[in-house]
Design a protein around this ligand. Structure first.
Ligand SMILES: [Zn+2]
Length: 125
């Protein structure tokens, strides 16, 4: 069983989550802007010459929107992890309530599950 986190370790994870949150928000804003600009730039001077180009543009836009969805999901998980820091349950698996290994938290500071439960639940967290 992994040891519980020390207060200074929790503090460093809180800072890590905060900077991850800022960075993702910056990305989401920028990508949303780019995707919307792509949508609005359909005017005559911009019409692609080949149908293949149309396909590629749609694909790129869908791909970007897919990334935004993932980032919003990650942002949600970061917000929940911040909530667990506030209520003192951070660093414990929400499934089995055992402490999550520190190395795992360092790789995925917003994870809800210990490695065993993540495997069991087949989540990418
Ligand atoms: Zn667990």
């Amino acid at each position: 069983m992994a040891a519980s986190l020390k207060p200074e370790e929790i503090e460093s994870f809180r800072r890590l989550l905060g900077s991850l949150d800022d960075r993702l928000r910056g990305n989401v804003d920028r990508m949303t802007e780019e995707a919307l600009r792509g949508e609005n730039s359909t005017n005559l001077s911009n019409v692609p010459l080949h149908m293949a180009d149309v396909g590629t543009e749609n694909y790129d836009q869908e791909f970007t929107l897919g990334l935004i969805e993932n980032e919003q999901e990650t942002l949600k998980q970061i917000g929940e992890a911040m909530g667990r820091i506030r209520d003192g349950s951070y660093g414990r698996c929400v499934e089995c309530e055992q402490p999550i290994a520190k190395a795992r938290l360092e790789a995925l500071p917003y994870t809800r599950y210990c490695i065993e439960c993540a495997r069991k639940l087949e989540t990418r967290e």
